[in-house]
Design a protein around this ligand. Structure first.
Ligand code: HEC
Length: 184
């Protein structure tokens, strides 16, 4: 009885080995740094704003076929309703935002060579952008609600891991509209 179980177990291991090898050969192994970045992106909530929503059985849910590709280029957003009372910020499916700063659109974080916001970023510029709140670490202010004032508290190692992860996710071609700054 005992030995037949061992034989069965051994057979299962031998049979499953080629299946495992096949599965591994399809997706390249992720480095520990990329895995850490994936964990942080999922835990911190980058998808909330950077992954477009689709309608699911229980309401809007992230459309992972367009993972982290930002505000959909074909989605025209009319001007937000006038703010009144305590209403100061309006969001259209969490990728288009209107507030006292003007209008901002969640950026395309995928490595698409034409439309990905990070296409010209070095790792150092990514860290600088998050630390300073300036586009690419040196340009215009990064507008709300991008929570860089919170993310700037991450360690260099964590920010490098996020950058490494974003570099190898599937590229999605999606040109996000430019922000519209409010006239003050
Ligand atoms: C609450 C919504 C929100 C969340 C959460 C969020 N972002 Fe953003 N993010 C935005 C918006 C909106 C913009 C566009 C701002 C602009 O155009 O100035 C943006 C822009 C960016 C940019 C472009 C910076 C630049 O230099 O132009 C990067 C990079 C970025 N986000 C990365 C991330 C990462 C990584 C996470 C998770 C760790 C994250 N964001 C979470 C809303 C968000």
């Amino acid at each position: 009885m005992k030995s037949s179980r061992i034989v069965l177990l051994a057979a299962a291991v031998v049979l499953s080995a080629p299946v495992i090898a096949f599965a591994q050969s399809k997706a390249p192994a992720k480095s520990p740094q990329v895995k850490r970045g994936e964990y942080l992106v999922n835990a911190v909530g980058c998808h909330d704003c950077h992954t477009p929503m689709k309608m699911g059985a229980n309401g809007p849910e992230p459309d992972m076929t367009r993972m982290l590709s930002g505000h959909p280029q074909g989605m025209q957003v009319p001007p937000a309703p006038a703010s009144s009372g305590p209403w100061v910020v309006h969001a259209a499916p969490l990728t288009a935002w209107s507030g006292p700063w003007g209008m901002s659109y969640s950026a395309n974080l995928t490595p698409d060579p034409e439309t990905g916001v990070l296409r010209d970023f070095t790792e150092q510029q990514f860290i600088q952008a998050i630390r300073t709140g300036k586009h690419q670490g040196q340009g215009r202010p990064i507008l709300p609600p991008m929570p860089w004032p919170a993310f700037k508290n991450m360690t260099d190692g964590d920010l490098k891991a996020i950058f490494a992860y974003l570099r190898q996710i599937p590229p999605v071609k999606n040109k996000v509209p430019d922000p519209v700054m409010a006239a003050h």
